[in-house]
Ligand binder design. Sequence first.
Ligand code: FE2
Length: 323
Amino acid sequence: MSAITLTDMSGESVPVTGAFPMLYNASGTMDLEASEAWVSAHVEAVQSTLAQCGAIVFRGFGLASDADFDRFIQAFSWPNFTYAESLSNAVRRNRTPRVFTANEAPPDVQIYLHHEMAQTPVYPSRLFFFCEQPANGGGATPICRSDWLLERLHKVVPNFVDDCANKGVRYSQTMPAQDDLASGQGRSWRSTLSADDKTAAETKLAQLGYTWRWQADDALSVTTPILPAVRELADGSRSFFNQLIAAFFGWQDSRNDGRRAITLGDGSALDAVAMQSAVALAEELTVDLQWQLGDVALVDNLRVMHGRRPFQGERKVLASLVA
Ligand code: FE2
């Protein structure tokens, strides 16, 4: 089997804790079958690398299609988290049972840093991305260590961080009756809640502890129960596990105003100045993942936020979620 190196993104040999993200490079010497065998034999090593650095890129592993990506993921034997059952607000299309298109929002829409589905009570533990076609320009996937962000943020605005940790947050959002492809959060309530009619939607919401209000055009406004905004991780560190940045700056469409979409758990408003600090610090800590054809990225969703830079041309990045 060919030699696979573990380095930082520039190819430099560094300790696993010394770089974010880390790169497993097979240099294009492996076919898919060999890659699957390598993954099966190295799941624990990959898992331990991921636990330490938060994100990994696999390059040159011989993947060319959505079906290849599906097989590569299956080699990990991790449980699938399905888009259909998720409460994700982005519009996506399934390619295989495990693989779907990343957010279908238009190229000029920036998707701000977020933890996948942290605005809902059910979220994936890890994410896979696969670059089927890099954009002509732009289109990087920004990633940011949320544990580092929380540490820095606590030094600047400790009261804000303590409020987030102690009170939690609630998210409000309005979902259209039909998918709205012009929006980064345009998934219809029917699809989001897997509900055929209003009664089924209400039953699901009640089970999840949401409150709701119907709009005249059959759009549905919902508010989550109190969700944690700071999360303790397995190694004792804490991450800024929430959707504050994305919602505050990105949840703008014809139905939603991001600045009113979130409150602290007690109903009080978020400190807008502290939020500016969070965004500025996050931007400082962000690394842009520059896609090459066939790359796979694996992201620890509890420790690392991701987003999408605007792009030109066609960009096909597929995703798969781990329960
Ligand atoms: Fe996402």
